[in-house]
Design a protein around this ligand. Structure first.
Ligand code: ADP
Ligand code: MG
Length: 356
């Protein structure tokens, strides 16, 4: 049989293109939250408060006490590729902020109702601005599209409402609001543990609250329960050689001993302070527990790895959470050895206690 005659190629409508592009960055409420938390951290916040309704689909609001956004920057805030964090391409190799591509808020404005209330230390009042499709829009029809003075604290509150209201297919795939809520809680919990000097609170999430100025193990205890802390071991490792070399690295790990048994592995991985995933590193670390934990029991592992930014490609798409970096296998092996050693030390001292 003959193939069908080709259909003409047409250009997609601009608004559709933007929605598709936004969907690549914002997959679900939890990915929006991750972007928003990273913005708060980039802004130097010490307190972050999150409000969630219907798993973040109805409302996701994040309030910080960071540097705020200048009134004069508000008109272009939600445009694509507008950022205060990167000024030229050579900056890419020594990036120290989470954001740099100016895509997150723009994306949110294409698939939700985005509003911002912000105040810098030098302004006398806060300003409110609302965005749609990348642009500042009037608060009421007929009004001017400009930031409106209002009362507000130093810092920024970003609200996204009705996420994916204009992408019904995406929305219907995310109907399970409790699943979305648990993903939100997971992102929030992980960032709270990695940033123990910052207080995190969920106002509609009483399950989450950390106080500032704690340590990582304290934050782990606050969020995963008292019982975990007595079973927590620590191991720090590094490349050992000249720390200025491009291949140098350091790692810090908190992980449970044989007394702690979870139904599945709880794995928190940060590379250069960015929450990422690596199934290979996870599998390697789980391997360390072979013969230590009974079948069907799994550990808690927090691992923070700092490597020379030149050996990870920061320009990989932000949603590519699965990372790769130079000398990955070697580094993973060294970390596994360090964990193994601590776990062995611990079980030996126990054997010794039993003998006396
Ligand atoms: P990026 O983080 O890559 O720059 P975003 O779209 O996430 O892109 O944010 C755009 C800009 O908006 C940031 O560069 C920053 O100047 C400003 N911004 C966003 N969120 C905050 C915040 N919570 N506090 C201060 N400034 C913010
Ligand atoms: Mg950002």
């Amino acid at each position: 049989s003959e193939p069908p005659a080709p259909l003409p190629i047409r250009r997609l409508e601009e608004s559709l293109i933007n929605r598709i592009a936004a969907g690549e960055i914002i997959h679900r409420p939890a990915s929006a939250l991750k972007e928003l938390i990273e913005n708060c951290l980039d802004a130097g916040s010490t307190s972050i408060r999150v409000t969630v309704k219907d798993g973040g689909l109805k409302l996701l609001q994040i309030q910080d006490n960071g540097c705020g956004i200048r009134k004069s920057d508000l008109p272009i805030l939600a445009e694509r590729f507008t950022t205060s964090k990167l000024s030229n391409f050579s900056d890419l190799s020594r990036i120290s902020t989470y954001g740099f591509r100016g895509e997150a808020l723009a994306s949110m404005s294409h698939v939700s109702h985005l509003s911002v209330v912000t105040k810098t230390r030098s302004e006398t009042c806060a300003y409110r601005a609302q965005y749609s499709d990348g642009k500042l829009v009037p608060a009421q029809p007929g009004q001017a599209a400009e930031p409106k003075p209002c009362a507000g604290n130093d810092g920024t509150t970003i609200t996204i409402e009705n996420l994916f209201y204009n992408t019904p297919t995406r929305l219907s795939a995310l109907r399970n609001t409790s699943e979305e809520y648990s993903r939100i809680l997971d992102v929030l919990t992980k960032y709270a543990i990695h940033n123990p000097k910052i207080s995190f609170a969920g106002s509609s999430a009483p399950d989450l609250s950390t106080t500032a100025s704690s340590t990582i193990p304290q934050a782990i205890r606050m969020l995963y329960g008292q019982s975990i802390q007595k079973d927590l071991l620590e191991a720090t490792t590094s490349s050992g050689d000249d720390q200025k070399k491009p291949e140098s690295w350091t790692s810090e790990a908190y992980f449970t001993n044989a007394n702690y048994q979870s139904k599945k592995t709880i794995f928190l991985l940060f590379i250069n302070h960015r929450l990422v995933e690596s199934s290979r590193i996870k599998r390697a670390l789980e391997g360390v527990y072979n013969g230590i934990l009974p079948k069907g029991a799994f550990p808690f592992i927090y691992l923070s790895l700092e490597i020379d930014p030149r050996s990870v490609d920061v320009n990989v798409h932000p949603t590519k959470k699965e990372v790769h970096f130079l000398n990955e296998e070697d580094i993973t092996m060294k970390i596994c050895d360090a964990l193994q050693e601590k776990l062995a030390e611990k079980s030996q001292s126990r054997t010794f206690e039993y003998q006396t």
